[in-house]
Design a protein around this ligand. Structure first.
Ligand SMILES: [Zn+2]
Length: 158
């Protein structure tokens, strides 16, 4: 059972700036890594007909990521999307769309990023369990450039 995931500071900044550059539509993409770490993220087209409130990762991109993984590429661990509303908590529509498959859901806003585990009987909408996110200055290639820098968002900073 995972409860804290590591993510590089620069990756969080990149996803937050993608989110803030798109205030009227949710942005989305795929996450790669392992059970302890979000190592990379790939932006995908949001193909949902109501992108202001919903998202759907371009199925072609999803298929390509699965194929690449089978051929030895990075391991797909979940997806990310933005909430232009500013609340990084899963919505009930997110819960309807999520399978209880243990995948990671990262939700980003202009100012925050929070990680969730899609699971059966999760406390949030019956589908999601909150995960900690430990943000560290680690490059996407895995090289550590500085020690991890605490939990994000910090306790009481919301
Ligand atoms: Zn959402």
């Amino acid at each position: 059972m995972v409860d804290v995931l590591e993510i590089a500071t620069e990756l969080v900044f990149r996803l937050r700036s993608e989110a803030s550059a798109s205030p009227k539509a949710e942005i989305c993409g795929l996450l790669f890594g392992d059970r302890s770490r979000i190592a990379g993220a790939r932006a995908c087209r949001n193909v949902h007909p109501e992108p202001a409130r919903r998202f759907e990762v371009d199925p072609a991109a999803l298929l390509a990521a699965h194929r690449a993984q089978r051929e030895g590429g990075p391991t797909l661990i979940g997806c990310y999307h933005s909430h232009p509303s500013g609340d990084a908590t899963p919505s009930s529509t997110d819960a309807d769309a999520a399978l209880p498959d243990g995948s990671i859901w990262l939700i980003v806003t202009e100012t925050a990023a929070r990680a969730w585990l899609a699971t059966a009987d999760g406390p949030v909408h019956g589908r999601f369990d909150a995960l900690g996110l430990r943000v560290g200055l680690r490059a996407e290639d895995g090289s550590v450039t500085r020690a991890s820098s605490g939990i994000y968002p910090r306790e009481g900073s919301r």
